[in-house]
Each structure stands twice: as C-alpha cells, then as structure tokens.
Design a binder for this molecule. Structure first.
Ligand SMILES: NC(=O)c1ccc[n+]([C@@H]2O[C@H](COP(=O)([O-])OP(=O)(O)OC[C@H]3O[C@@H](n4cnc5c(N)ncnc54)[C@H](O)[C@@H]3O)[C@@H](O)[C@H]2O)c1
Length: 273
C-alpha cells in the first residue's frame, strides 16, 4: 500500500498540533509519497509544532487565514511556485465557532460570533475552492476534501451553530463539485468523521460523554484521526476518481444505527438500579 500519492502535490490546512486530524493526514500523505505545503492561520500557528511536522514531512509552511481571499491567493500561488506546478489535492480541516467556544446557548446566539464562525468553518471552503478555480491551480482528477460532522443531519444540542456551519460546508461541496467536475474533472467531497479528541473537538460541551456514546453505538467503534487520515489518502488517490459531490460517513457505522446492544445494556443496568 505504498506510494498511493506518488508524484502528487497538495495543500493541507489545519495541522495545529499532533492531535489534529490534518497532522495525521500530513504524516500519511508523506508516507504515501506526496509533497505538500502546510498552512494554518497566522495567529493559530504554533510555529514550534508545525515546523516539526514540516521537517518530518519535508514540506514548506505558508501561513494563511482561510477567511482572507488575499491570503488564499498568496498561498495557492506560493504552493505552485514552491512545488513547481499545479496541485492534485487540498485538505480543508478547519472549524471554529465563537458561540460554542464561549458557551452561548443555541437559543441565545451572538450573531457577530455566528458570522465569524460561519466564515471560518464554512465559507472558507468556498473561498479555497474559488481561489483554486480562478488561479487554475488544480490538475485534472485532483481531489478537494473538507471535514464535517453528523450534526449537519441530526441534532446534537451542544454542537450549536457548528451544526449549521457543517450543513453549509456539505452543501458547498455539492454545489462547487458540480462546476469543478464539469470544468476540470476535479472531485469535491466532505468526510463526516466520528467525534475525535482534538482541540476543536474537545471544545464542545459534553464531548467526553458523546465520544463514549458514539463509541458504544458504532458497530466498528469510533473512527480515529489516524483512520480518518487513511480515508483521506484513499480519496486523494487515483483509486476513487469517480467519487464527487458526496458527504461520506466515516464513523464506524454510527450514522445508520438506531440503537446498539451495548447502549441498550447501559440503560437496562441503570433502570435496574
Ligand atoms: N474533532 C472532532 O470531533 C471532529 C469531528 C468531525 C469533524 N471534525 C472537523 O475536522 C476538522 C479539523 O478539526 P480537528 O478536530 O482536527 O481540530 P483542530 O483544532 O486540531 O483543527 C482545527 C484547525 O482549524 C484552524 N483554523 C481556525 N481558524 C482558522 C482560520 N481562520 N484560517 C485557517 N485555519 C484556521 C485551527 O488553527 C486548527 O488548526 C474541522 O473541520 C472539524 O470541525 C472534527
């Protein structure tokens, strides 16, 4: 299973620290022969940590705030220049809600914070796609991925306005995926990932409870960040060329489960107390 990405060039957004899903994707992409640029928001970038990943994977770092069109343009131009050509994959692994971070209830949202979180978590995906489109930065059969969560389809109360951001993100993948498919045969998808212990994940209230719940509900157990990285590699590879405009569940089966024996048993134990 080596060299699935041999000769491929890309950009990986969102490797904050070694728990980040993007961090694991960068490690796997490197193992599979890809070259890429690492990027993160200038303020979020902990130079120490990302430099270490860049060294490990032989990659360049170009800071960019994913809400800034100017930053994104400089990023794509810089990446093509540094790697000597157009790109084959992009990972958008970015999410942040100010309302969630500050513990604002969904029935009492601050709309300035909502707008900020929507821009960072959802509109930035459109900005990434549009920037790459205008610069003609992607090779034919390239693959662009965003990361989502099942709160886009089902209600998880503490996920608050991030649920709406994820619904928007998934819609952008479908809408842009159409145009990119027709024009350049470029794939655009989102992966709907299990709850995962990362900085963004752990910021959601009650996270420990619902990661355990999802683990017990999923026949295969939760998908880890490493598992997610493997799935991303398969979607960047040439083995999935006709997959586009999809939201792909990567969750150990959680999305199709009504109730599992393990969860039922917990309730029965509690009931008998
Ligand atoms: N952790 C989970 O439970 C989980 C589950 C499903 C989906 N996801 C999604 O996976 C993606 C990656 O998150 P993670 O869990 O690895 O957490 P993380 O905190 O490690 O990554 C989030 C990244 O977003 C970056 N970011 C924030 N604002 C930015 C901006 N303006 N410009 C550029 N980058 C910015 C952060 O610096 C960070 O690197 C997110 O889209 C998240 O919603 C996470």
């Amino acid at each position: 299973m080596n060299n699935l990405l041999k000769g491929k060039k890309g950009i990986i957004f969102g490797a904050l620290d070694e728990n980040s899903i993007a961090w694991k994707v960068a490690q796997r992409a490197h193992e599979q022969g890809a070259t890429f640029v690492l990027t993160n928001a200038p303020i979020a970038m902990r130079m120490g940590a990302i430099s270490q990943l860049a060294e490990q994977t032989g990659s360049h770092i170009i800071p960019a705030d994913a809400t800034s069109e100017a930053d994104l343009q400089a990023l794509f131009e810089g990446a093509m220049e540094k790697m000597g050509g157009k790109l084959d994959f992009v990972l958008h692994s970015i999410g942040m809600s100010v309302n969630v971070r500050k513990g604002r209830h969904y029935t009492d949202l601050n709309y300035d914070w909502l707008t900020k979180g929507w821009d960072v978590s959802a509109v930035s995906f459109h900005k990434v796609l549009q920037t790459s489109w205008k610069l003609e930065a992607m090779n034919e059969w390239a693959s662009i991925l965003g990361l989502s969560y099942i709160a886009a389809q089902r209600t998880f109360p503490d996920y608050s306005d991030m649920a709406d951001n994820k619904a928007y993100l998934e819609s952008v993948a479908r809408s842009f995926g159409y145009h990119y498919g027709v024009k350049n045969k470029v794939r655009v998808n989102t992966i709907s990932q299990s709850p995962t212990r990362t900085t963004a994940g752990s910021g959601v209230k009650g996270f420990d409870g619902f990661i355990d719940y999802a683990e017990k509900m999923s026949p295969l157990g939760n998908a880890t960040a490493e598992d997610c990285a493997d799935y991303c590699i398969s979607l960047f590879s040439d083995l999935t060329r006709k997959v586009t405009m999809q939201n792909l569940y990567h969750d150990g089966g959680f999305s199709n489960i009504g109730i599992s024996d393990a969860v039922m048993q917990r309730f029965q134990e509690e009931g008998s107390k």
